[in-house]
Design a protein. Structure first.
Length: 113
């Protein structure tokens, strides 16, 4: 099943959480880790990832560091202090959202004693 149509609004908290857990990561590493953690069910395209990373950087939630690796510059992303705080808030909001969705997709839970 293609989950990408459901991910648009969820990517930001997921990436913030991933950066919080992993520390610094470069773009391809983020996509690879997300794929690995979801057993291939979540595939993030560069077209979705990099605009979001640039937005997070503009908002002061992530900072970048460039490093020369095998004669190529690799840009690493890491959370700022502000990003670390926002990650916790975003993940908590995401968990609450999933609980609400659970009520919609499994309405019988509403009627259990």
């Amino acid at each position: 099943m293609n989950h990408s149509k459901y991910l648009k609004g969820l990517l930001e908290p997921l990436i913030l959480k991933l950066l919080q857990e992993e520390g610094r990561m470069y773009g391809y590493e983020i996509t690879r880790k997300m794929k690995e953690l979801t057993a291939g069910q979540v595939l993030i395209t560069e077209g979705a990832l990099y605009p979001l990373l640039h937005k997070l950087e503009a908002e002061g939630l992530v900072e970048t560091e460039s490093e020369m690796i095998n004669n190529r510059i690799r840009k690493y992303y890491r959370l700022t202090a502000k990003g670390g705080k926002e990650s916790g808030v975003a993940v908590e909001a995401l968990q609450q959202f999933f609980q609400v969705l659970g009520l919609l997709v499994q309405p019988q839970k509403l009627h259990t004693p």
